[in-house]
Design a protein around this ligand. Structure first.
Ligand code: SAM
Ligand code: SF4
Length: 325
């Protein structure tokens, strides 16, 4: 077990496989984003070795993200090796779904359990606008393929004021009447050099829930308000699926945080919204033993910050795509 100094058990690792992406969502990265050269990223063997090290330290839940994780070469092979690592109990991925139509079944066969697919609106024109050039048809084909493959599905929508906070949010919620999916509404988090735009785009959870309820009827709180990961859960009357609200800005959930993040270039980050990081790469490439790596990771985890300081306007300098969300 890996405890921090606030007695939180840190056992969930989110791994960014690449900082590259085939979309440019307006709330995630600037259009002229540049990416790191391949050799600066963790290689497959380095990645799998670190997964083994973390698993031996008590980490049991792993999520692959990015950038866009499906752009990583040999993704299916990486998933298979991670799935075969003793101690890995749950393996999930967050993806924009653009190429999932071809990948869902091979990923499931390799041992992927769950998938979160980002889909901010069902409206093709708005989808293109929010992602700068994405096609909703590709993502929807990916959702269907993931369902067919037997992956447990959640749909993520980042809610941007004036873009998808009205009928688009309602249309996504309506999907839960016919599908057992969780639709997760994510408040925009201000980070990197587009943080001024992001701040004006935030739609607080209470306002969004009122919009959805006005259109589709009341929603009941689930699990007595206990969070599912970072989401507060609700269900509309007669719905099969549920609605999750991830409100890092207006309702921070730092007290229950159980996660650490590994960036594609091998840095360990203990809070998504703070800059402090520990660079594992030089140690990995200079012959550190597993025990030495474990000691460094343990030390970093112990010093995990209590939480973010967005309320004091302290924002991280990296973009979301560089960290992995
Ligand atoms: N490319 C994949 C995707 O879009 O699902 C995985 C990486 S993306 C950075 C992970 C999640 O972060 C996505 O659900 C995305 O919508 C969300 N995200 C990106 N920028 C964000 C921001 N500024 N605030 C909140 N969530 C954001
Ligand atoms: Fe790419 Fe995901 Fe960021 Fe959109 S949210 S630009 S799909 S990394």
């Amino acid at each position: 077990m890996s405890l921090d100094r606030f007695n939180r058990n840190i056992h969930y690792l989110r791994i960014s496989l690449t900082d590259m992406c085939n979309l440019r969502c307006v709330y995630c990265m600037p259009e002229d984003m540049t990416f790191r050269p391949r050799e600066e990223l963790l290689q497959d063997d380095e990645l799998v070795r670190l997964v083994d090290v973390f698993a031996r330290m008590g980490f049991d839940k792993f999520r692959l993200t990015g950038g866009e994780p499906t752009l990583r070469e040999n993704l299916v092979g990486i998933v298979r090796r991670m799935h075969e690592t003793p101690g890995v109990r749950e393996l999930a991925m967050t993806t924009n779904g653009v190429t999932l139509n071809q990948l869902a079944q091979p990923l499931r066969d390799a041992g992927l359990d769950r998938i979160n697919i980002s889909i901010d609106t069902l409206n093709p024109k708005k989808f293109r606008h929010l992602t700068r050039w994405g096609r909703i048809e590709d993502v929807w084909a990916g959702v269907e393929a993931a369902e067919k493959a037997g992956l447990k599905i959640k749909l993520n929508a980042v809610v941007v004021r004036g873009q998808n906070d009205q009928e688009d949010a309602v249309d996504l919620a309506r999907l839960t009447f016919d599908h057992p999916w969780q639709i997760r509404y994510i408040e925009v988090m201000p980070m990197g050099r587009i943080s001024d735009f992001q701040k004006t785009a935030i739609v607080p959870e209470d306002e969004l829930r009122a919009t959805i309820s006005d259109a589709l009827g009341p929603m009941v709180l689930l699990n007595e308000g206990k969070l599912d990961g970072e989401a507060r859960m609700f269900r509309l009357k007669d719905a099969q699926g549920s609605l999750g609200f991830i409100s890092a800005v207006t309702k921070p959930f730092c007290a229950g945080c159980n996660r650490a993040r590994l960036t594609a270039d091998g840095r360990l980050l203990l809070c998504l919204l703070r800059d402090k990081e520990f660079n594992l790469m030089p140690h990995l490439r200079n012959g550190a033993s597993d025990d030495e790596l474990m000691a460094m990771i343990e030390e970093s985890i112990w010093h995990k910050p209590w939480g973010h300081s967005l309320a004091q306007d302290i924002r991280p300098t990296r973009n979301m795509s560089e960290i992995g969300g």
